[in-house]
Design a protein around this ligand. Sequence first.
Ligand SMILES: [Zn+2]
Length: 146
Amino acid sequence: MMHEAASMTGVKKSVIKYRIEVAQKNEPTEKEKAMEKKNDYQQSAFKKYGKVCVLCGFGIHDIVEIAHIDGNNKNHDLKNLVPLCPTCHKMLDVDLIAPDTIKLIRDRPRKANWDKLEKAAQKAAEAGKVSARMHPDDATIWRSGG
Ligand SMILES: [Zn+2]
């Protein structure tokens, strides 16, 4: 009994020692590294394509996501990435929208000033004018840019 208790204490001590060592090194964990990588490719994609859903024009920054066109979420090639709102992202993922169509829409020249639309949408979101339960008639807030 005595011997068993002593060895348990030994194990506990080594676990504590290990945890202290890990904490002192202050190195990012695997999860943190993965998060950093995710932020990197997302920021690159937002920089290249804007922070507006390329399909429907939804532009509230906190809601727009980066989708992987080929469905492979490890393929962070910029050509494989596209900003989409959660609804359009889902439609791509379930194959309601063809990947080739998304690429065409993403890369075509635009007549509308999307920078302006994006800023208007963000401003509306910050002012609390846009909510998840917003009436479709009010959607002009981010579509008209006014
Ligand atoms: Zn959308």
